[in-house]
Design a protein around this ligand. Structure first.
Ligand code: ADP
Length: 543
């Protein structure tokens, strides 16, 4: 083989903080702290402290491959751990504090960390879990001496004391780029959460691949408010991509309400932010009430669940902020697709563009997607054929941590996302359902999400869930479970009549049940498992 004559360096997470420290030393990182005040420092100071904490970890006996857990909001100390832990060849296990207590204990034990870093907020939670945590030897509270809490936890240390013990002349080691760098567990709406293990290589390529203009489009002219949590999927990779691009970074800590988010967006002159729809709902509610505007903001990236049309219109028309709809998941690091309008679509009227904006978007280089039928045959990109969405690429999982009999990846490396989607002729992907939620009626698939979206379009319906119920003739038929406005006169007949204007006869639900509230999971999504347990055997009329 005639080999290229170029240098080869391992793709190391530590190289990101080294770069930011060297080339963007004075760019600020601004954090709202759990203690209350706003904290400011620079990438230079972050680099120094990341090396100190890396060195201090060695002092605690942390070895390559050891897991170090975090239970923390978005903040500068969490950033230091992102680099200090992974950069010293240990593995950062970020834990989602919104999981149910038993799931959290499962995740901590399964991940195998001996050291846990926690924000002040989660100390009481850890106290209640302490006797279930099998191998934790040290707990480090991410605060200073002055704010250290009285606690029943044993082997507790103070973060600032620990960092003082570390030597900032620590040298980042270079090692195999395929080494594990961090771990995150899926939300576990079905069964136990599953562990996804990222590598230095996948993390670096994801951060570079997601920074490009067709991706998040980050640059040193941006100030990024990172609302997506550092405790889930590495905050969509932005904790790495922001220093890589020299962006000023703003971290909101525990305060996600509209007023607090607005305050940071405004005072720090943020140009870009990323969050799930529920956070934006709170912000736009606040903006309307207080008649505030977003003069500095250029783009919001929204993903995690589908973006409602009203949200796109509000951001773009009322606040002149471009919405970028994105899709991804824990197993895909997470960025999979992002929605930008290609030039020929920009000539359409705004109303004609809307159905495209509602789609989850196009693949970015580095991750490929396809849709297949039940036999695994590829389906056409015609915008109507829908099938199982699969993904493969540099930052897609190759298997879950300690998973036996894992069948989520096929022989060609395609990962089964569990989503059902269409892809149109321009390559825009649209999620129509989760595989386990789609309703299979007489050989045809009915999208539960489509019916839910239509149902909430009724002015008296607050929230709706659609599940499959067994049917002797058609296998499965849709059932609507809905929450209506108090005192509303809407009933089954009027709701079905309303749905019939947009659905074919065979797609129309067979029954409607009204309830006071619907169950939700740890990431705020509808818990359809609970609904299926409760209503899965509902007797449909005429069945
Ligand atoms: P997260 O908790 O960040 O949403 P998960 O890995 O737990 O990540 O969930 C990923 C799933 O969320 C996807 O498989 C998909 O079903 C759903 N999802 C993510 N983004 C979107 C989106 N833009 N529209 C619809 N569903 C989405």
């Amino acid at each position: 083989m005639f080999q290229g004559l170029m240098q080869q360096h391992s793709l190391m997470i530590s190289s990101i903080i080294e770069f930011a420290e060297r080339w963007y030393p004075n760019v600020e990182v601004v954090s709202r702290t759990t203690e209350g005040p706003i904290h400011r420092y620079t990438y230079k100071e972050m680099g120094v402290r990341a090396r100190s904490i890396a060195d201090a970890l060695q002092g605690l006996g942390v070895k390559p491959g050891d897991r170090v857990g975090t239970l923390a909001w978005n903040g500068y100390r969490h950033m230091e751990l992102y680099f200090g832990v992974s950069g010293s060849q240990a593995v950062l296990h970020t834990i989602n504090p919104r999981l149910f207590a038993e799931q959290m204990a499962y995740v901590i034990n399964h991940g195998g960390a001996n050291i846990l870093f926690t924000d002040l907020t989660f100390v009481p939670l850890l106290e209640s879990l302490a006797d279930q945590l099998e191998q934790i030897e040290h707990i480090v509270v991410m605060t200073d001496r002055e704010h250290m809490p009285a606690t029943s936890l044993s082997n507790v240390q103070c973060y600032e004391d620990l960092i003082d013990k570390g030597d900032s002349s620590y040298q980042w080691p270079e090692f195999d780029e395929n080494s594990a760098s961090s771990m995150c567990y899926t939300s576990g709406t079905t069964g136990n959460p599953k562990g996804v293990v990222y590598s230095h290589r996948s993390t670096l390529i994801h951060a570079m691949g997601s920074s490009i203009p067709n991706g998040l489009g980050l640059s040193a002219t941006d100030t990024v408010l990172l609302v997506v949590p550092q405790f889930h999927v590495n905050s969509w990779g932005v904790s790495y991509a922001a220093p890589m691009n020299g962006c000023k970074l703003v971290l909101p800590g525990p305060a996600m309400d509209g007023a607090s988010i607005y305050e940071l967006l405004d005072q720090e002159k943020c140009t870009l932010s990323l969050a799930v729809p529920t956070v934006w709902m709170m912000l736009t509610g606040y903006l309307r009430e207080s008649k505030a505007f977003l003069p500095h903001m250029k783009r919001v990236v929204i993903g995690g669940s589908a973006v409602p049309e009203a949200m796109i219109r509000s951001f773009e028309a009322d606040y002149d902020v471009q919405v970028v709809h994105a899709w991804g998941m824990t197993e895909t690091s997470p960025l999979g697709t992002l929605n930008f309008l290609m030039p020929h679509l920009q000539n359409l009227s705004y109303d004609e563009q809307m159905p495209i904006k509602l789609k989850q978007g196009k693949s970015i280089f580095g991750i490929d997607i396809r849709i297949v039928d039940d036999e695994g045959r590829s389906l056409p990109h015609d915008g109507s054929a829908f099938g199982r969405l699969q993904a493969r690429g540099h930052w897609v999982t190759s298997g879950y941590y300690k998973a036996e009999g894992d069948d989520s990846i096929d022989a060609d490396g395609w990962f089964e996302t569990g989503d059902v989607a269409t892809i149109d002729k321009d390559g825009y992907m649209m999620i129509t359902d989760r595989t386990k939620d789609v309703i299979k009626s007489g050989g045809e698939w009915i999208s539960s999400i489509e019916i839910e979206n239509l149902a909430v379009g009724h002015p008296d319906i607050i929230e709706a869930a659609v599940i499959a119920v067994p049917h002797p003739k058609w296998d499965e038929r849709p059932l609507v479970i809905a929450v209506k406005e108090p005192h509303s006169a809407v009933d089954k007949a009027t709701l079905l009549e309303f749905l019939a204007t947009n659905l074919a006869r065979w797609q129309l639900p067979d029954d409607v049940i009204f309830v006071d509230e619907l169950p939700h999971g740890a990431t705020g999504k509808l818990n359809k498992l609970k609904l299926r347990e409760r209503y899965g055997n509902h007797q449909l009329p005429g069945a």
